[in-house]
Ligand binder design. Structure first.
Ligand code: M6P
Ligand code: ZN
Length: 186
């Protein structure tokens, strides 16, 4: 018999629809220590939503071997001081498990760091990104609109939120003409 999936991707809103969707919001208060300009960070309303993640609830518990998750991150545009809004970023708790990102909406960067070396891939609608299994990874919104990026990762990967300065030795700022520039953590 034919069966309808309980989750649909809406290409106009860039969001998931249906039943069985889990959502998680990350607010300014959850990002203490993630931005270089602590004065500008403290000036934010702590309840400001910085990004939302939605993913299909496929019934699998994190840590289950063999399964996959599919989700979408929606990262708002903006800067803290001159540093662009970003996701926390993480290693996979089970190392050497890769992940795919796929750009849906907006303009940004995927920062991947492995053994102290940083790769920044431009994320645009339609861009496909393979994240190697041992790389710390995060999204950075360098554009003026929402950055929406879909992701597919293994149920057994988990998230290792190591201290940000241990994961990412470089940062991305807005320069005087509004273009992204890379700086080393001092
Ligand atoms: C993507 C995936 C998720 C991740 C989310 C937000 O959707 O990589 O596993 O949770 O981005 O990123 P973070 O967990 O680093 O805040
Ligand atoms: Zn990941």
């Amino acid at each position: 018999m034919f069966k309808q999936s309980n989750v649909t991707y809406n290409g106009e809103t860039f969001k998931l629809e249906g039943s069985g969707i889990q959502k998680k919001e990350t607010r300014a208060k959850d990002l203490a220590g993630y931005f270089s300009d602590s004065t500008a960070y403290q000036a934010l309303d702590p309840e400001t939503v910085m990004y939302q993640v939605e993913f299909q609830d496929n019934g699998l518990a994190e840590g289950t071997a063999g399964g996959l998750y599919f989700g979408i991150t929606h990262l708002y545009p903006g800067v803290v001081g001159e540093e662009y809004y970003l996701t926390k970023g993480h290693f996979h708790a089970k190392r050497n498990t890769g992940e795919y990102y796929f750009g849906l909406q907006g303009q940004g960067l995927l920062m991947m760091t492995e053994n102290g070396e940083t790769i920044l891939e431009k994320v645009v609608p339609g861009s496909v990104h393979y994240i190697p299994g041992n790389a710390a990874h995060r999204l950075i919104n360098t554009g003026a609109e929402m950055l929406s990026v879909s992701a597919c990762w293994q149920t057994e990967s988990g998230h290792d939120y190591a201290p940000p300065e241990e994961m990412f030795p470089q940062r991305v700022f807005r320069d005087e003409v509004g273009k992204p520039i890379i700086k080393n953590n001092s």
